[in-house]
Write a protein that binds this ligand. Sequence first.
Ligand code: URA
Length: 244
Amino acid sequence: MKKETKTTLRLDKYLADSGAGTRSEVKEMIRKSRVKVNGETEKKPERKICPEQDRVELDQIWIRPQPEFVYYLLNKPAGYVSATTDPAEKTVLELVPQTAKGLFPVGRLDKDTEGLLLITNDGMLAHRLLSPGKHVDKTYYVETERPLTPEEAAKLENGVDIGEKNPTLPARAELLPPEGTKGRLHLTIHEGKYHQVKRMVHAVGTEVTYLKRISMGSLALPENLPVGSFIELDPETIKPRPLQ
Ligand code: URA
């Protein structure tokens, strides 16, 4: 969780993080009187600044604070819609701290679906995960009204007609031991059509009774993360990882 207090950091770090140069290069710039803080030349690299309040200039150019990205991995409960606002329903944004502007859910889980939902303000990451053609793997734990036969699982894998122009793309369906009269499986799909899993299961002759997303790209839902809880992911670890 982020603290409410305003963050301060060293001037040389601020400039280096903004892409002005390496830490030693920006130290040199500061020593050469090229840097001003609030209109005054600053010669100490260790000077503490508050990016939201202090105006830092390099060669008379204002170095604006970089937007701060946050990444919450939420175990979405049923009963919440995947939207930023809704006039009538509870939204997933109510489940994470509002410490940053512009938070939104990456993709959509149905109101009654549980599991992994990434909430961020990083539009580029969302684009990498969602844009057509990326085909990021999404794995769901699925319970069905009755167990599927191996032939039905094979149909899910090869592609089924869900009323779209084309059949669904190849998928992976791993049947799990049934529980009572219920069927259970892990289904991995590479697209994200509206109600896709429910429509695929319907296409082979039964219905989904419970749905939970357990992974998306390289992100997995931690097994011990309670429903309705989230963890904050470290930007340093999420950004360089290939998410497809
Ligand atoms: N497929 C569905 O049918 N629902 C979801 O929420 C996600 C995938």
